[in-house]
Structures are given as C-alpha cells and as structure tokens.
Design a binder for this molecule. Sequence first.
Ligand SMILES: Cc1cc2nc3c(=O)[nH]c(=O)nc-3n(C[C@H](O)[C@H](O)[C@H](O)COP(=O)(O)OP(=O)(O)OC[C@H]3O[C@@H](n4cnc5c(N)ncnc54)[C@H](O)[C@@H]3O)c2cc1C
Length: 481
Amino acid sequence: MAAAIRLGARGYRVTVLERLAEAGGRASVFRQDGFVFDAGPTIITAPFLLEELWALAGKRFADEIELHSVSPFYRIHFNDGAVFECSSDPEFMRAQVRRLAPGDLAGYEKFVALSEAIYKIGFERLAHKAFGSFTDMLRILPDLVRLSGYRSVAGLVNAHIKDKRLRIALSFHPLLVGGNPLNTSAIYCLILFLERKSGVHFPRGGTGALVRGMVGLIEGQGSLVRTGVTVSRILVENGRAVGVEVEGGEAVHADVVVSNGCAGWTYKNLLAGQKRKRWTDRKIKRAKFSMGLFVWYFGTSRTWDEVPHHSILLGPRHDELLRDIFDRKFLAGDFSLYLHRPTATDPELAPAGCDGFYVLSPVPNLLGDVDWRVMAERYRAVIEASLNETVLPGLSVSIVTSRVLTPLDFESRYLSLHGAGFGMDPRLMQSAWFRPHNASEEVKNLFLVGAGTHPGAGVPGVLSSARVLDEVVPDAVAFRR
Ligand SMILES: Cc1cc2nc3c(=O)[nH]c(=O)nc-3n(C[C@H](O)[C@H](O)[C@H](O)COP(=O)(O)OP(=O)(O)OC[C@H]3O[C@@H](n4cnc5c(N)ncnc54)[C@H](O)[C@@H]3O)c2cc1C
C-alpha cells in the first residue's frame, strides 16, 4: 500500500490486488465478539515514514491518525523473576542496567553508541537505496566491516555485555524481523537505536487505523484497492511484465507490475513458466526462511491493569531454544513469548471492563514436521497455562473469545512460502544485494516490495522498500503514448 501511494504520487493510477477480504496483509484486523485484534504489527516505530506517505498524498498524518507514544516500550520478564524495561530516556535506561547488571554499564554505553553509528549508516543511508548491482554491495563493504556487520547481533552484544539477561535484552531485535539473533548480521543492532530515537507508538483504533488510512490515501489519489482477488500469474511478453492474471482467468494489464507477495512465492509460482536466471526453484529451495509464528488472540471478561502494552516473557532456555526453532526446526516444550495488551493504550479495542490480547511464540516454519492441525490446540493450552501461572493469574476462567494463527495459516492466508512469518530470513548472505532485488533480476517492468525484498521485514523495512521504488521505477510519463 505504501508502494501504491508513492506510485500514485508519481502519476500512476494503481490497482492494488489483495486476496484477502480486507486490505492490510499481516497488518489486517480480526473483529470477534466485540474485540478488535490487530493480527500482526503492534510495535510501531519510525512514524516519520508514515507521515511522509500522508504528505505525498497531500494530507496531514496528524489530522487523520492519533498516534500515542508507548512507555515503557516493553517490559522483559526473565525466567529468574528479574524484570527489565526499555524506554527512550537514557537516564531511565542507565538505571535499568545498573539494577540488573551494574558491572555492564560501561559496556552498555559503548554498545548503544555503536548501535547509533550502525543506525546512521544502515537505516539513514542504506535502507532506502536500491542494491541492484554487486558494485552497490562493494561500495558498502568498508562500512559493513567497520560496523562489524560480519558479526552476528548476539556476537556484537556479547562482546560488550557479560550479564546473560542483559545480553538477551539487547539482542532479541532480529526476531522482530524474522532473524535468529545468533546469526543475523550486527547491522540489525540499528533497531535498538531506531526505537530509542523515534520511540514506540500505537495508533488510536489499533494498527488497523493505519491500514484504513492508507486505503483512504490510495482511493483519494484515484487508485483502486480490489480485495478478494488472488493473482495466479504475472503476464510476461518479450521479457517484460505486462500485467497479471487472477484466479478465474481475468487479465489485468499494466505498464508496471509490483509484487508485494512473498518473494519466493512470486518467483516460484507467479513466474512459474518463466526461465529464471537467478531466482530459480533450486535457489529458492536452498534459501533460508524466517521462523514461523504461533499467534493466539484472546479476549477476557476482566482486565489486568498492571500488565503493560508490550511484554516479553522469556523461558528457561535461550540459545538452544533459538537453535530448536531455526536450525533443528523442532517444536520444543518450552518457549519465549511476546504478549500484546493493546487495551493498555486503547481500551476501546475491547468491550468495557474487558482486555484484548495476543500472545506470539516463535516456532519452526513448515520445513519442520510439526502437524499444526494436531498441535495448535495443545500448544495454545500450554501457553494459556503458562500465562495463567505467571502474568495473567485467573486467565483460564476469564477467556471469552479466542482464535489462533499457525504457520499453516501464514501459508494459506498470505501465500508465504513454508508458512514463514517474515519471508526469507535477514542473514547477511540474504540481505541487500543478496536479497531479491526491488527491480526484478528476471523480468523488466516487474518490481518487488515488502518484507521479501530489500531492506526486509518489519513496518519500517517494508515502508523503506516502497521508498526504494522511487529510485527504480520509471516515471509514469515514460509510458504515456
Ligand atoms: C504476528 C506478527 C507481529 C509483527 N509485529 C511487528 C511489529 O510489532 N512491528 C513491526 O514493525 N513489524 C511487525 N511484524 C512484521 C510486519 O508486520 C511485516 O513484516 C509487514 O507487515 C509485512 O508487510 P508486507 O507488505 O511485506 O507483507 P504482507 O503484509 O503479508 O502483505 C502482502 C499482501 O499480499 C497479499 N498477497 C500475497 N500473495 C498474493 C497473490 N498472489 N494475490 C493477491 N494478493 C496476494 C497477502 O494477502 C498480503 O495481504 C509482525 C508480523 C507478524 C506476522
């Protein structure tokens, strides 16, 4: 949708084809029994990227969206009972570190300074640049080396911090974009500074308010959002994309085609008949995909006012749990959870006196052999018992509505290869030039946007990928005859 708005501002009339009944994709909304559940993104950072979209459409973001700062950003509960909170206030953060691991204060300060330096290059300079040629990659090599991009996030954090708990608190961010902190490039340490610099926000009405706002911008530009339409094939003539065919056989012709679907799915299935130089089925098969997500959305007949908007509940194991999820693709009996309580910020997302939640557990993607048809309810029940014993006492007798998403749903709803939560994982060898390019390497006039292309997943990532299109999509005037 960000791509549609940007192209609309550049003179294109855009038709957005969306297979679901509503726009938003991973950011779509479930409404159930009076509760409003944002299905996906909840930690909204980099609001300036959203403001820019509104400005491009001739509107003011603040006139349409009421954005609230969330503070603390999140509360992390360690398995030993210790708690750590994060916010944008440097003094508050120092006090948090001093309380948890006084000996790590100096290392912490150094790490935050490094995270800022990485942000300045990784986000401000590279996130919205196209990596269309290997020379682009070579050009950033000195910065990559200088900023330790060849190391992992966990490796860089561990070099500065000794306390095991603080190490986790400063290194979990790649999980927000589908990466394993143990092998995701330290460039992703930029997320820590991005949060500190631009804050963590939540719109009144939930993330869905952003989606509705963006649909309004697209329609206001004279473009169109067609829902319930699945693209089955990209039409190619003489090596150029000329439109798409949708299920049912209708052809939708276009000067330019932008795929926001899973990049692997796009190449494997939407260009199935096309000879591909780079993104062959073999290469896609060998690519590493992000983890799956198990998400349980539930509403309760009471509230837990002491539970903040965002909590992270860490289990007994860390590195080995990550290896189970990413490498062994084994569904372990223990887990670490992210708990979302949007009603902490906007009580109107649930009926009066009630709380709405979702709890998310990173799990193996469908390349593991978990049978989610059997496991979904068992896994949900274990998570419920764990929440009931810890942060939500009394939960089990208060649930009034419930729904789960498993990796099977990510595959069937979003057509995400292997049911991955975030497309290809963001390891160094699948980032920048190594990731599917924003201007397709296979077909002219085909462009890729969203989590599967550069720079990658997460709301700031996908909004930045739409900015890259400004650089690689020709001006609409090029097609006026
Ligand atoms: C549970 C969860 C929590 C998250 N939390 C956060 C967070 O707190 N903060 C954050 O920044 N990010 C978060 N993310 C990540 C972020 O939501 C995603 O990276 C981002 O929304 C992906 O956007 P996208 O446009 O690339 O993909 P999508 O949102 O999946 O959009 C692709 C769209 O294309 C449609 N589509 C696919 N194939 C076809 C086809 N053939 N024909 C027609 N339509 C098709 C899909 O239905 C979908 O609507 C979260 C993700 C999840 C799943």
